[in-house]
Design a protein around this ligand. Structure first.
Ligand SMILES: C[S@@+](CC[C@H](N)C(=O)[O-])C[C@H]1O[C@@H](n2cnc3c(N)ncnc32)[C@H](O)[C@@H]1O
Length: 384
């Protein structure tokens, strides 16, 4: 892999992804201008980044460490020139679709238990926001197989993955996953599957074939009716430990302030009507009296701009089939003398585990050994 393409730090197996190295021509960088204001730039000597903070010739970015504060050549302001991590990429990427943001991505990556070496399947690829984070989790030895049925988006994603240096761990493929499912060649290979599709419930059978036992499925659904349809399918296809989460973030501005406690005293100039930001020294001429009426305190304001509903995240684990599950339980019950009881016990334990109950099957010694209504006698009837 050539550094000429630039790299997504820590999402690529290439050695030049070292965060310590200095910025070179052709690198991808994220220019951070301030709170929630950032822009991706490919470093080209001769080009200039222009913003309300001033003019920044790219040459000024070359040879400095990622994170450096760069002053505008016209002296107006400054920016920070940062490494293109997946988190920053999510803030600057071109939106071809709705995307996943950092809070959801963090929970998805943790709940899907991703680590270097994991294999993960994703559909749809969309704008590739989640894909970059998945690639960083599984690199350098794992693999992200991502599927998208819009051909233009497939081409754009493939080009972006190549330019950002994550194409060694990420392959994007044109495929209708709701209609065709995941490819048979990937059967039983995935540690995790992520679905951000209009009809995730249509893909659950295919996901069950693609996951390894104990693998995790996560679906991202904007509406609760879709969540319900998906959960019904999950239960039919051997998933357990099912939970649905909605992430609502609340951000705070926290600072120290001086509060004028004695409001009967004339309002101090220091407090500008009762409050004064901390770390400001009293102005010359401030009286002892005004200082004595001030109390230092901590103020926390919930930000008015709340992150509201993005979607419901539903997680489920494909439980391992019990030993010899492939033999039909009914067959075993017929052919073995003790088989019936053994099979019933195992099936009951299996179902109890799936339902999260502690109730255990206890055969009644005198009762005829007949399958109870709650026990499956044929694995094909395997559903709640
Ligand atoms: C909301 S976007 C995914 C955004 C992505 N999670 C991200 O973070 O950038 C959903 C994508 O699924 C694709 N899609 C819809 N139905 C599909 C299907 N049946 N098979 C594959 N992709 C599909 C759409 O074209 C769209 O690009």
């Amino acid at each position: 892999m050539s550094h000429v393409r630039g790299t997504m730090l820590y999402a690529s197996p290439a050695p030049e992804t070292d965060r310590e190295r200095l910025i070179r021509e052709n690198d991808l960088v994220v220019v951070v201008e301030g709170f929630n204001a950032a822009v991706a730039q490919r470093i080209r000597i001769g080009e200039t980044f222009v913003s309300r903070h001033g003019r920044f010739p790219h040459a000024a970015f070359v040879g400095v460490a990622f994170g450096t504060k760069i002053r505008a050549s016209d002296g107006r302001g400054f920016v920070h020139v940062c490494a293109p991590t997946p988190e920053l990429w999510t803030k600057v990427l071109a939106h071809r679709t709705q995307i996943l943001y950092a809070p959801d991505i963090a929970l998805v990556s943790a709940e899907m238990e991703l680590r270097p070496g994991s294999t993960v399947l994703e559909s749809g690829t969309g704008s590739g926001s989640l894909t970059h984070a998945l690639a960083r989790c599984v690199a350098p030895t794992g693999k992200v197989w991502t599927f998208e049925f819009n051909e233009t988006r497939v081409k754009a994603a493939a080009e972006e993955f190549r330019a950002n240096g994550i194409d060694e761990v990420t392959t994007v493929t044109h495929r209708d996953i709701e209609r065709d499912g995941f490819p048979e060649e990937l059967a039983s290979t995935a540690d995790a599957v992520f679905l951000d599709l209009p009809g995730p419930q249509k893909c659950v059978a295919s996901v069950a074939r693609s996951l390894r036992p104990n693998g995790v499925l996560c679906t991202f659904s904007p509406c609760i009716e879709q969540v319900h349809k998906t959960i019904v399918e999950m239960k039919k296809h051997g998933f357990a430990d099912i939970k649905t989460v909605e992430l609502l973030g609340r951000h705070y501005d926290v600072e120290g302030r001086c509060l004028q406690t004695d409001l009967s005293a004339p309002l101090s100039k220091e407090t500008k009507g009762g409050w004064r930001k901390d770390q400001k020294r009293p102005r010359d001429g401030a009286t002892e009296d005004s200082a004595s009426t001030l109390t230092e305190t901590v103020v926390a304001h919930p930000q008015q701009r709340l992150q509201s509903h993005t979607a419901y995240l539903t997680f489920a684990r494909l439980i391992p089939a019990p030993e010899n599950w492939t033999e039909t339980l009914a067959e075993r019950a017929k052919t073995s003398e003790s088989g019936n009881e053994e099979v019933l016990k195992r099936a009951a334990e299996f179902l109890a585990k799936r339902r999260g109950t502690k109730k255990r099957y206890r055969p009644q010694s005198d009762a005829p050994k007949q399958p109870s209504k709650h026990v499956i006698s044929n694995p094909d009837d395997y559903s709640d």
